[in-house]
Design a protein around this ligand. Structure first.
Ligand SMILES: [Ca+2]
Ligand SMILES: [Ca+2]
Ligand SMILES: [Ca+2]
Ligand SMILES: [Ca+2]
Length: 149
């Protein structure tokens, strides 16, 4: 299968996933590699097959409701409690992971650090493989916060 065809079929999977997220129903994030792939495709807006720093920055921009260039915990949680209320505990934990200096605000250096965590080979790009590997482990580690019993 060509990579374009793979991308198209993944886009289809993403479209199927989105309504559940949008309406805040109970969300099953398994299998994690598919969830991570859907997130990757949302972030890789130019479909280049990897995520660069501007794309990572842009992925956080929606949360910045007062447009001051920084994302406070309140902005982040307010935005996500509207879109995915059933995942509040997960999002709260993710904010702590993003917020490396623990000042409750997401800033440029927080994104630098997070990008570095995902960019396994340090070449300045987060490949699909690197992204899915990172997020699959992360979603597994945080399973107790989002998995229905
Ligand atoms: Ca890209
Ligand atoms: Ca802000
Ligand atoms: Ca911070
Ligand atoms: Ca890389």
């Amino acid at each position: 299968m060509s990579s374009i065809k793979v991308k198209m079929s993944l886009m289809y999977a993403l479209v199927l996933l989105l309504p559940a997220l949008a309406f805040g129903q109970t969300v099953n994030l398994k299998p994690y590699n598919l969830t991570a792939t859907a997130m990757f495709l949302q972030t890789d807006t130019d479909l280049s097959g990897d995520i660069d720093r501007p794309e990572l920055d842009a992925s956080f921009r929606d949360y910045d409701t007062d447009r001051n260039g920084r994302v406070s915990r309140t902005e982040y949680m307010t935005y996500l409690s509207i879109h995915t209320p059933s995942l509040a505990a997960l999002h709260d934990a993710l904010f702590d992971i993003y917020d490396v200096d623990n000042d409750h605000i997401l800033d440029h250096h927080d994104y630098d650090n997070f990008f570095g965590l995902m960019d396994g080979n340090g070449d300045g790009f987060v490949s699909h493989f690197e992204y899915v590997r990172y997020w699959t482990i992360l979603l597994q580690d945080l399973e107790h916060l989002h998995l229905d019993n």
